[in-house]
Design a protein around this ligand. Structure first.
Ligand SMILES: NC(=O)c1ccc[n+]([C@@H]2O[C@H](COP(=O)([O-])OP(=O)(O)OC[C@H]3O[C@@H](n4cnc5c(N)ncnc54)[C@H](O)[C@@H]3O)[C@@H](O)[C@H]2O)c1
Ligand SMILES: Nc1nc(=O)c(N)c(NC[C@H](O)[C@H](O)[C@H](O)COP(=O)(O)O)[nH]1
Length: 214
């Protein structure tokens, strides 16, 4: 079974942060980059984010004919979140850690898929997404989700907008958080495909040489 083609897109400060330590909704992308991202989303059958991003940003991701997917192990998605409030389809991937009462409420507003364990099983999720006809998946983080997709080498490409801002601070989330590698030899090595100047920032397009199948 083939997995969907996966692109990770993110907006970074010059020092690699994707938010400040307050983790509130903030714009790192320039106006031009937001226009680019809006267009980019239309080319994908699915857009995936983590619950950390939903809780921090309450994104809409409202694109016609695109399935919005949330990795939400414990079923924490707010019932009044933008994703659950509009009419567009949403899939919430939960685990057995989510309380049943919550799951029932979420099911009133979204499709729910349950996985064993404490984290959503990406391999199985990607299989299910492909079966649903999702051939192209856009991953829009946050840092924990980006790590999972990169560590497992499920991502095919990475696109980052590097802004002219510096946030600093060891507690600010970065493009890739999670556990990280212990040794340089375990690094995820990418191939640079293209560089573009966009406003005061840079757009970098990278490819993963050996993305893993399912
Ligand atoms: N600048 C940008 O482009 C951008 C984009 C998205 C998010 N953000 C920022 O990122 C921050 C959120 O990042 P985060 O790391 O806290 O949360 P996240 O959005 O990466 O979500 C992580 C959560 O997803 C759940 N999850 C379930 N299964 C998982 C799996 N297999 N792998 C990984 N996660 C799994 C877990 O509960 C986990 O804690 C916010 O501050 C947000 O503003 C920035
Ligand atoms: N490309 C991008 N640049 C940013 O500066 C930023 N903060 C995000 N963050 C991703 C996050 O999920 C945002 O909240 C959605 O980009 C909002 O998307 P909506 O307009 O609500 O659809 N993404």
């Amino acid at each position: 079974m083939k997995k969907p083609y996966i692109l990770i897109n993110s907006a970074l400060t010059l020092d690699g942060k994707i938010s400040t330590k307050k983790r509130k909704k903030i714009k790192i992308s320039s106006k031009e980059d937001f226009i680019r991202v809006k267009k980019l989303r239309k080319r994908f059958d699915g857009i995936l984010v983590g619950i950390g991003t939903v809780l921090a940003d309450d994104p809409k991701l409202n694109v016609e004919n695109t399935l919005r997917i949330v990795l939400d192990s414990r079923g924490r998605i707010p019932l009044d979140s933008n994703l659950l409030e509009d009419e567009l389809p949403v899939l919430v991937a939960i685990t057995e850690k989510a309380p049943l009462s919550r799951v029932k409420r979420i099911e009133e507003k979204a499709e729910v898929i349950k996985f064993k364990g404490s984290k959503v099983d990406l391999k199985n999720l990607l299989k299910k997404l492909r079966e649903k006809g999702i051939k192209k998946l856009l991953v829009e983080g946050g840092g924990t989700v980006n790590w999972s997709f990169l560590k497992n080498r499920y991502a095919d490409e990475v696109c980052v907008y590097i802004s002219n801002l510096i946030f600093g601070g060891k507690d600010a989330p970065t493009f890739v958080d999670g556990e990280g590698v212990k040794e340089k030899q375990d690094a995820i090595e990418l191939k640079l495909k293209n560089v573009e100047k966009l406003g005061e920032g840079l757009l970098l397009f990278w490819e993963l040489p050996h993305p893993k199948g399912l």
